[in-house]
Design a protein around this ligand. Structure first.
Ligand SMILES: [Zn+2]
Length: 242
């Protein structure tokens, strides 16, 4: 969507406002940093929004504290024995230090083996694992994309994978470009499929209106279930509302 956002300050709080053709004001606090965003009806003044934010200040602070705690808990040390996820399954990380390029491999159904050079620190280990996740997605996406482009009768001009802080995917409908979050590699494959269908659907319908929802219901009847899976702990960094 190309709605323009403005930012106001309420005390020490930065509040992003997006005005839309909606009836009620919607206030959200988003991970991982507790960003505050308000969707306001057209014609709602900045002062009216400011008042609404002040009324919810206690709740906002509570949400922000929750995300701060979650972010600390989600910080991985990248050492042997830690839990890591791939396609919704939990694996135990085994770090093997040896000379040579980094490599990641699944050993049996329970171990994720990460081979790194001696002295590779936390962030080097994380980079190696993220590169592996990215590669897995590069293999998983094309057949699913081909299937859904055919089913929906649309075609994306390009697609990509990136690290996204607050979303699972996005679609630039004008450029017909789709982005998928790297985090999807950790989720059950139905979640990847759901986000992809959602983003492709934006090539038919740009906003999350009734038409969009009924298209989703028709094409992917279990989408609400997939969305719930996506937002479940322990990896629910991001909230996905549609
Ligand atoms: Zn959307």
């Amino acid at each position: 969507m190309s709605t323009e956002a403005v930012e106001i300050r309420v005390g020490d709080l930065a509040v992003q406002i997006v005005r839309k053709d909606i009836k009620n004001l919607h206030l959200g606090v988003y991970p991982p940093n507790g960003r505050v965003r308000v969707a306001a009806p057209l014609g709602f003044s900045d002062d009216a929004v400011r008042l609404a934010v002040i009324g919810k200040l206690g709740w906002i602070k509570k949400q922000q504290a929750k995300f701060a705690l979650q972010a600390r808990e989600n910080q991985r040390e990248m050492v042997s024995g830690e839990s890591h996820y791939y396609l919704g399954r939990r694996y135990r990380l085994r770090v093997v230090e040896r000379e040579g390029a980094s490599r990641v491999a699944l050993r049996n159904l329970a171990t994720l083996e990460l081979k790194v050079g001696p002295g590779a620190d936390r962030s080097a280990r994380e980079r190696a694992l993220n590169a592996w996740y990215r590669q897995r997605l590069r293999e998983l996406v094309p057949p699913l994309l081909a299937k859904w482009e055919a089913a929906l009768g649309v075609k994306a001009s390009s697609w990509g994978i990136k690290r996204m802080k607050t979303r699972w995917g996005s679609c630039n409908a004008q450029a017909r470009r789709i982005w998928l979050s790297l985090e999807l590699a950790k989720k059950p494959v139905q979640c990847l499929e759901y986000v992809m269908v959602h983003e492709l659907m934006h090539l038919l319908e740009r906003s999350h209106n009734g038409q969009f929802v009924s298209l989703m219901d028709r094409r992917l009847p279990l989408w609400r279930h997939h969305r719930q899976l996506l937002n479940e702990a322990p990896l629910g960094h991001a909230e996905w509302r549609y």
